[in-house]
Design a protein around this ligand. Structure first.
Ligand SMILES: *[C@@H]1O[C@H](CO)[C@@H](O)[C@H](O)[C@H]1NC(C)=O
Ligand SMILES: *[C@@H]1O[C@H](CO)[C@@H](O)[C@H](O)[C@H]1NC(C)=O
Ligand SMILES: *[C@@H]1O[C@H](CO)[C@@H](O)[C@H](O)[C@H]1NC(C)=O
Ligand SMILES: *[C@@H]1O[C@H](CO)[C@@H](O)[C@H](O)[C@H]1NC(C)=O
Ligand SMILES: *[C@@H]1O[C@H](CO)[C@@H](O)[C@H](O)[C@H]1NC(C)=O
Length: 552
């Protein structure tokens, strides 16, 4: 390697130091990790080897990091996770399906927002309706089904509940809500479960006993939210529908619905290939949108139920003390916006004149992502570059990056529950792939000579830079689509102040007759969108109005 004479003295000094160090053969590097099981054989850190097509670590990661978040669970509405949780003392909950001021005697539902419960507050406009506000008086044990798990769709939104309630899928019972709650509560009784958390238009809890964990705050005869006098009950207004979705948007992204506190140490995932191997072949060749829990073998179903029983028998706290919600979030924070920005820079089209500067800029972004892991000694060999040399010299950077999030947790191995081992592996697989791709991109930038810290004797040819940025773009796009994080799904351009970004949500969003009230759609089967088609199946974000005239 030669240096440009124009380079600053300080830079020269630093770089000479680096070059000297770079000549030490990699094999003589001291293992940098304090954890003996971290793979010190650098041959294991191969930059060209992506994850297996049927790997699910990233899916466990994405679903676990999206729990109780409205956006992600609207986007992928088929749930794949069941998690025990607690609703803390003092939580205020709402119930609206009343015709008289009496506590529900049967099993019934509560909402976390009045915008949701008043939706069910049925009463003619002349007399109004009865609305109940409750508060939790002692910690309420609940079980949460992720996804859009209260959407009455036969396409699998309720599969994980069916499995718990009936040990088989019963799509014909999609509307048998009374039977469902009865059987779920009966099942939960032996574990002291008093509620089942689901997501309808917003989060809701199926309550097994209204008096055991809650007391009444108020019982009010409310003015009807409905309009019109001819029908009973009259249709809800488009404004109320909007406000219901607006209230759900408060729980859209991290930290999501915090009134339900999940115990990640008892998490059960249907993407757990050790627990549920029978679903692995069923996912072959399918997009994530098409993943289902239906088709699970009876042995796997039994294993899931055993795992749930174990989890619910545990005291409601992790023994390891690890805050998994935060562990997962830190990874998303660390990489989401930077990867997105790199993709943005690669999306720009550039002429030959500016491509070198632009590539240098992207290389700086890559370097920033890897900054805590770019060990001093990792430099391309002095000789001309070959593809396989790339893997070797950059391997220490890849390794440091990949183990940084998990090595310390792995050291607590014995105190982890099976669910925590699953989460650990999910973080590992996810960060491993992020680090692999980013290190590979950065290393090829170094090799070609677009890194300002490692300038070549002469500028690389324009064609080669175009090839490099083309490869970069492919790499980052593939990574982003593999990770499939819901934080990247947003309205572009961002919505105006009078708008809200919205994902088509069951049962709204496909009003076929402009201006028709949603109730009409609800009542008339023919107006229902086909859940297996288009935007309904693969919800895409769009801006909707926050004032009249509304339109979903
Ligand atoms: C790097 O290679 C060049 C020629 O290819 C040689 O002149 C130089 O001494 C080498 N540098 C080191 C540090 O080996
Ligand atoms: C993943 O697929 C490969 C072949 O496609 C298969 O050999 C392997 O067993 C599968 N992995 C799991 C966990 O089933
Ligand atoms: C509900 O809980 C209350 C208070 O713990 C209890 O007295 C009552 O018997 C329970 N109801 C049912 C149906 O189990
Ligand atoms: C880059 O372009 C792709 C393909 O058009 C698009 O899906 C993606 O959202 C763009 N990324 C950014 C950050 O603009
Ligand atoms: C990788 O490099 C080594 C040593 O330079 C060489 O023997 C080997 O053939 C190369 N492998 C490939 C796939 O290029």
């Amino acid at each position: 390697m030669l240096f440009t004479r124009k380079a600053a003295a300080v830079w020269l000094f630093l770089t000479f130091e680096r070059v000297l160090t770079a000549q030490i053969p990699l094999s003589s590097h001291t293992p940098s990790s304090f954890y003996p099981w971290v793979e010190n054989d650098l041959g294991q850190w191969v930059l060209d080897e992506g994850p297996a097509v049927n790997a699910t670590g990233h899916l466990v990661f994405e679903t676990a990091s999206s729990l109780l978040q409205h956006w992600a669970n609207t986007r992928h509405r088929i749930g794949h996770t069941i998690v025990p949780g607690t609703v803390p003392v003092g939580t205020v909950l709402y119930h609206g399906a009343l015709t008289s001021p009496h506590l529900p005697t049967a099993l019934d539902w509560v909402a976390v927002e009045p915008d949701h419960s008043t939706f069910f507050c049925k009463g003619p406009i002349e007399t109004g309706c009865w609305h109940l506000t409750l508060t939790v008086t002692r910690p309420m044990k609940v079980l949460y089904f992720d996804g859009n798990s209260a959407a009455k769709l036969p396409e699998g939104t309720m599969d994980t509940q069916d499995l718990v309630a009936w040990s088989e899928m019963k799509p014909e019972r999609v509307w048998s809500e009374e039977r469902r709650i009865k059987d779920l509560c009966k099942w939960g009784e032996k574990y002291g479960v008093n509620g089942f958390v689901r997501m309808e238009m917003n989060f809701e809890i199926m309550i097994c006993n209204f008096t055991s964990h809650m007391e009444i705050v108020s019982f009010l005869n409310l003015a009807s939210i409905r309009t019109g006098t001819s029908t009973d009950p009259p249709p809800v207004t488009a404004r109320h529908v909007f406000e219901l979705m607006h209230s759900a948007s408060w729980r859209e992204n991290y930290p999501g619905e915090t009134r339900i506190m999940l115990d990640f140490s008892g998490l059960v995932s249907f993407y757990d290939t050790a627990l549920v191997p029978s679903l692995v072949p069923r996912r072959v060749g399918l997009d994530r949108w098409d993943h289902r829990v239906a088709g699970i073998s009876s042995e796997d179903m039994e294993r899931v139920q055993d795992r749930l029983a174990q989890a619910l028998a545990l005291p409601p706290a992790t023994t390891s003390g690890i805050d998994w919600k935060t562990v997962l979030r830190v990874v998303i924070d660390r990489y989401a916006s930077r990867l997105e920005f790199i993709q943005h820079l690669l999306n720009l089209t550039l002429d030959d004149g500016s491509i070198f500067d632009h590539a240098q800029q992207i290389q700086r972004q890559l370097r920033t992502v890897l900054l805590p892991y770019t060990v001093f000694a990792a430099l391309p060999p002095n000789t001309s570059v070959t593809a396989n040399a790339t893997s070797l010299w950059a391997a220490p950077v890849f390794r440091e990056c990949a183990v940084s999030h998990t090595a310390s947790i792995a050291s607590r191995g014995t105190t982890l529950t099976p669910s925590e081992h699953l989460l650990l592996q999910a973080v590992r697989d996810t960060t491993h792939e992020i680090c692999r791709v980013v290190t590979k991109m950065w290393a090829s930038g170094m090799n070609l000579g677009v890194d300002a810290f490692y300038p070549p004797e002469q500028r690389p040819e324009v064609d080669r830079i175009h090839t490099l940025t083309g490869e970069w773009k492919e790499d980052v796009t593939h990574l982003i689509s593999w990770l499939d994080w819901s934080v990247w799904v947003k309205c572009r351009p961002a919505c105006g102040f009078e708008e809200m970004c919205y994902l088509p949500t069951w049962p709204f969003g496909f009003v076929r007759t402009p201006g028709a009230p949603p109730q009409a759609q609800w009542d008339s089967g023919s107006l229902w969108p086909d859940p297996n088609k288009g935007e309904w199946k693969r919800p895409q974000p769009k801006c909707i109005r926050r004032r009249e005239p509304y339109g979903l």
